[in-house]
Design a binder for this molecule. Structure first.
Ligand code: ADP
Ligand code: MG
Length: 257
């Protein structure tokens, strides 16, 4: 028997309430376990929407989303006005997400931010959660900042804490939405290096990024999203970024030269 993919998205259709056409139109792909799946595309092409539907932050109107072979989300045509999907919190914690903005809780320390969900949602023992949090902080080079407040950290440090906060829930898939886009250039590298380390450790990830050199280096599989469709996809990131097949991909990549 072949192994189930970590994530399979089948015929996903997403249309916002009051919009006259779908943002994502019949999208299908799979993310194998332990692989890095990169999504690129112009602004407004639906990259954030795609990650948000997978994370359960947005309902879908068609198709299915399955995690390790188990369907966790089914499209309902009448769901466009619902704020969130109906997914249970137990299912939600199986997918982690890190956003562009550093959304740490300002009134909690670094350690408090990381241990909040495991102690509150998963009812884990605080001391045990704190031990794991410290290990994760060591992994991202921030062990000495565990008692700091978010406002005392640089943007790059906050994003590394946000990554720890997602990792402590042991997500089967970890989603990254332009996590370096709001950072000063000198802080981009420290965050990308953490992501490269995660990829090496076998964490399944979906990454939306405008850092094309990073995308080429980290991707096992890449898709170009445009106009609600996957216009090109490749499991050879080097070929995709140096010599794409479609005119649209060539045109898109030229904007980064
Ligand atoms: P990207 O991340 O690729 O820039 P988005 O997923 O943010 O694209 O947006 C895709 C399209 O959906 C855009 O046209 C955007 O205006 C629209 N959109 C995004 N969020 C909402 C929303 N909450 N309600 C209505 N339309 C939205
Ligand atoms: Mg976006």
């Amino acid at each position: 028997m072949t192994e189930q993919p970590a994530l399979s998205v089948s015929n996903l259709t997403k249309q916002y309430a009051n919009a006259d056409h779908p943002v994502l139109d019949d999208i299908s792909f799979t993310v194998p376990k332990g692989k890095v799946f990169v999504v690129v595309g112009p602004s407004g092409s639906g990259k954030s929407t795609l990650l948000r539907t997978i994370a359960g932050l947005e309902p879908i109107q068609g198709g299915t989303i399955a995690l390790d072979g188990e369907v966790i989300e089914t499209g309902r045509p009448d769901s466009a006005k619902a704020g969130r999907s109906r997914r249970s919190s137990a299912l939600r914690t199986r997918i982690g997400m890190v956003f562009q903005s550093y959304d740490l809780f300002p009134n909690k320390t670094v350690l408090g931010n990381i241990t909040l969900a495991p102690t509150l949602v998963q009812k884990r023992d605080r001391a045990e959660a704190e031990r794991e949090a410290v290990k994760l902080l060591e992994r991202v080079g921030l062990a000495d900042r565990k008692d700091a407040w978010p406002h005392e950290l640089s943007g790059g440090q906050r994003q590394r804490v946000a990554i720890c906060r997602a990792l402590i829930l042991h997500p089967e898939v970890l989603l990254f939405d332009e996590v370096t886009a709001a950072l000063d250039p000198e802080m981009v590298r420290e965050v990308l290096d953490v992501m490269l380390g995660l990829a090496k450790s076998g964490q399944t990830m979906m990454i939306v990024t405008h850092e094309m050199n990073f995308a080429r280096a980290i991707a096992d599989h890449v898709i170009l999203l445009d106009g609600g469709h996957i216009v090109e996809e490749s499991d050879d990131a080097h070929a995709f970024f140096t010599n794409p097949n479609t005119e649209r991909a060539q045109q898109f990549l030229r904007t980064f030269e």
